[in-house]
Design a binder for this molecule. Structure first.
Ligand code: DC
Length: 238
């Protein structure tokens, strides 16, 4: 592998995107969230009303459209679908749900392997997803596995929702919390049962417990771990 690749695997809501983004920034590497490609397929399945139980039909979506990864001004990946930036449409609950269904299919996953491995040739990468260190970049220079306790995930998600929605009653917050618990549990279960996701720390992965420390401290520690293991930052002054 003639570029440096750091992989970050972990289930939904573990905070791996925030960690990966900051780590990539710090290193001067490109940040690649491979979930973008899966989300693009999930979005198209919704838009085209494709039967999401039909593996073959869903996998044709990948053949019928151009999915292109490009870099934004922060050197973070975005995805173009047939030449159009769809980033703003990718993170709705409906698209997340559709994506989590289409990502279960082996045929879809196979068709997205090349786009992930060949993304941004020559660029050093922090690549995040579910099978980065296992399947996509088995020879990565360093592999992280991020884990967060379920109650912490629920609290963080609840905080995001409260910020987005504004004030809510105690009763509303309580019922939302119960809903979050079920949603997070179901999604983790589905990711795990699909058999593709790295759901536990593998022997060659460094475990990151993202339950207690502030993000900046976690990233600082991981950055130092990478330096200790011979990863060379790209930017001067690091
Ligand atoms: O990381 P994310 O939340 O953007 O991922 C969105 C969905 O895509 C999630 O259901 C898991 C799936 N995914 C996957 O199966 N494999 C990846 N490498 C990345 C994401």
């Amino acid at each position: 592998m003639n570029r440096q690749v750091v992989t970050v695997d972990g289930l939904a809501g573990t905070g791996k995107t925030s960690i990966s983004k900051l780590l990539a920034e710090r290193l001067g590497f490109v940040h690649l969230s491979t979930g973008l490609l899966y989300r693009a397929v999930g979005l198209l399945a919704l838009r085209e009303k494709v039967d999401r139980t039909d593996e073959e039909l869903v996998s044709f979506i990948v053949d019928d459209h151009s999915l292109q990864l490009v870099l934004d001004s922060n050197r973070s990946a975005r995805v173009l679908v047939d030449g159009i930036d769809v980033f703003d449409d990718l993170y709705s609950p409906e698209v997340s749900e559709s994506t989590s269904q289409v990502a279960q299919f082996g045929r879809v996953r196979e068709k997205l392997v090349g786009a992930q491995r060949e993304a941004f040739p020559g660029e050093d990468l922090v690549a995040e997803g579910r099978d980065m260190g296992s399947l996509i970049f088995p020879d990565a220079h360093f592999k992280f596995f991020v884990s967060t306790d379920e109650p912490v995930k629920v609290e963080r998600r609840l905080k995001q929702l409260k910020e987005a929605r504004g004030a809510m009653s105690e009763q509303e917050a309580k019922s939302l919390k119960e809903k979050m618990k079920i949603e997070i549990h179901e999604r983790d279960k589905r990711d795990s049962e699909g058999g593709f996701a790295t759901t536990f720390q593998q022997p060659d992965m460094y475990l990151v417990d993202n339950s207690t420390q502030p993000l900046e401290i976690v990233v600082e520690n991981l950055y130092n771990v990478l330096l200790d293991h011979g990863i060379k930052p790209r930017m001067s002054g690091n």
